[in-house]
Write a protein that binds this ligand. Structure first.
Ligand SMILES: [Zn+2]
Ligand SMILES: [Zn+2]
Length: 143
């Protein structure tokens, strides 16, 4: 059997209640965890596990996300979440094209392997970083 490239190859996911569903048609570009205080807020105190995906490889397949931007921040990110159950699914930063997908919303999060730990200067003493993960104090500039 030849390998057929399908959306399933790159994952599907959704929110906790199932109202929001999405599909990925391309690979994760970067897998990592972010220790910043904002991520601690939305992740329940832990670092937030994320993967960057190209916007053209992400599509909502069910439901319409609610979005939020902090009006008091000059370069606020846009956070997309389920209006019914509140699950935070996706973040769009103003300074990068790639979308920041929350790994916990994947149907198969076990395929995730973090490679970078960002904003580690804001990490809590109970945060863990696996062996082999490259640690950055902040968010390094890319390319
Ligand atoms: Zn939901
Ligand atoms: Zn963060």
């Amino acid at each position: 059997m030849g390998h057929q490239a399908t959306e399933k190859d790159h994952g599907t996911g959704g929110c906790y209640c199932g109202a929001l569903r999405y599909a990925l048609s391309g690979p994760a570009l970067i897998m990592g965890q972010c220790h910043c205080r904002a991520c601690q807020h939305v992740a329940g105190g832990a670092p937030q596990y994320f993967q960057l995906v190209a916007p053209e490889t992400f599509s909502w397949t069910s439901g319409t996300p609610q979005s939020f931007e902090r009006p008091d921040l000059p370069n606020a990110v846009t956070r997309f979440f389920c209006a019914t159950c509140g699950t935070h699914v996706l973040t769009q930063r103003q300074d990068q094209a790639e979308l920041v997908l929350k790994v916990g919303t994947l149907d198969a999060p076990g395929d995730f392997h973090p490679r970078v730990a960002l904003c580690h200067a804001q990490a809590q003493p109970f945060h863990l970083v696996a062996d082999g993960v490259t640690v950055f104090d902040d968010i390094p500039q890319r390319g």
